[in-house]
Design a protein around this ligand. Structure first.
Ligand code: NDP
Ligand code: GDP
Length: 368
């Protein structure tokens, strides 16, 4: 029986990957962080919590990662753990680099020391392309990160490649474009939209505040994408692959499509909020998946329209069941829609309003 270790198993992708690997007959181990409130709802939602073995570990704690590998004795490691939210990486750049850059290197070092034939999958991202204006992007496109998150991930992307070439390790990058699902974190724009659309339809919320509606993303469906992660590690030779749909849509189109699902006009509810705009954004991401189609024989199964429908209907169903008094594990009721979070963006904005702005992209370190 093959053994897999998934870091970040409590996130969006971890449970889908765990389910996929369990169905393939793997023994699955997953790392989780100790938090004051348990965070296993996604694993419960997919019915895999009791079929996997959990190991406490943090990407910033080398000894816990070493312990995880020692306990799991994996054939394959899927390194999904990350501070994965671009917006937050502007607020916590050092934590982001410790977890997303140094964390992956810690893992590569452990494998190099312990057992070089453990296969290693690194969760790389389309955010690496950042300011590069060429579309579509492929495995050879110039990478110009536009956020602390992307800069940290670029370091891990290269370290994975460097360890492959230097030490002959089976270390691969999946350069995954945005992928979404009903298990997506609420702070990401797609799930923020579908959760709000569901609440608006049911009269629980009256507006949806968003930042930049013009940015474009190549949005796919997470369960399709975890299959690609596995395929990448099943090849004869380690390599890097773009995983994407090859289609690009704007945030505005996503909003419009989501409101269409419930028969409402988005213009009646969407409010533009400057504070939700990033100091630097990535304007267009669209992946050329030619290599993965050819070599991995992989292709996405769910279309953009289907994805939006799946997500809206899922959030609508959850809120309806909640209103009927059903109790089940789920993130949204714990998420305050009114809470006042003061991030660097807000400080920057207040200064701009007061005429104190030092210019675009510069913001105050007040509060440090
Ligand atoms: P999520 O944010 O949903 O999950 C991230 C996981 O990492 C969670 O389990 C989280 O734990 C864990 N984690 C965060 N910090 C640490 C830490 N210090 N130590 C240990 N674990 C930690 O991300 P996704 O599942 O969506 O994505 C999986 C990976 O793929 C990430 O690396 C992401 O950057 C990358 N990626 C994602 C894309 C997407 O569109 N989803 C696109 C391209 C790449 P906890 O639950 O406790 O917070
Ligand atoms: P990302 O591609 O990893 O940054 O995924 P996100 O879902 O966080 O953001 C996708 C795009 O939506 C970015 O260009 C954001 O600037 C834009 N966007 C517009 N409004 C919002 C918002 O309210 N929240 C988030 N997360 N993104 C927003």
């Amino acid at each position: 029986m093959k053994r897999a270790l998934i870091t970040g198993i409590t996130g969006q992708d971890g449970p889908y990957l765990a389910k996929f690997l369990l169905e393939k007959g793997y023994k699955v181990f997953g790392t989780y962080r100790r938090v004051s409130t348990p965070n296993f709802w996604r694993l419960q939602d997919l019915g895999v919590l009791n079929k996997i073995t959990l190991i406490p570990a943090d990407m910033s704690d080398m000894s816990s990662l070493l312990e995880a590998v020692t306990i799991a004795e994996p054939d394959e490691v899927y390194n999904l753990a990350a501070q994965s939210f671009v917006g937050n990486s502007f607020d916590q750049p050092l934590l982001t680099s410790d977890v997303d850059a140094s964390g992956s290197t810690r893992f590569l070092e452990i494998i190099r020391h312990l057992k070089k034939n453990i296969k290693f999958y690194q969760a790389s991202t389309s955010e690496l392309y950042g300011a590069c204006e060429k579309v579509p992007q492929d495995e050879h496109t110039l990478m110009i990160p536009n956020s602390p998150y992307a800069a940290a991930k670029l370091y891990s992307f290269h370290m994975t490649r460097i360890y492959r070439h230097s030490y002959g390790m089976f270390a691969c990058n999946g350069i995954l474009f945005n992928h979404e699902s009903p298990l997506r974190g609420l702070e990401f724009v797609t799930r923020k939209i579908t959760n709000s659309v569901a609440r608006i339809k049911l009269g629980l919320q009256h507006e949806l505040r968003l930042g930049n509606l013009d940015t474009k993303r190549d949005w796919g469906y997470a369960p399709d994408y975890v299959k690609a992660m596995w395929l990448i590690l099943q090849q004869d030779k380690p390599d890097d692959f773009v995983i994407s749909t090859g289609e690009m849509h704007s945030v505005r189109e996503f909003v419009q499509e989501a409101f269409n699902v419930v028969g409402l006009n988005w213009k009646d509810f969407v409010v533009s909020d400057e504070r939700l705009k990033r100091p630097l954004d990535v304007y267009q991401l669209c992946g050329n998946n030619g290599k993965s189609r050819k070599v991995l024989k992989w292709k996405p199964a769910v279309t953009f329209k289907e994805l939006v429908k799946i997500m809206v209907e899922s959030d609508l169903g959850r809120w309806q069941r909640y209103m009927e008094g059903e109790v089940f594990p789920w993130d949204a009721p714990n998420h305050s829609h009114e809470v006042d979070i003061v991030s660097r963006n807000v400080v920057r904005d207040k200064e701009k309003e007061a005429g104190k702005s030092k210019g675009k992209g510069k913001f105050s370190l007040k509060g440090w």
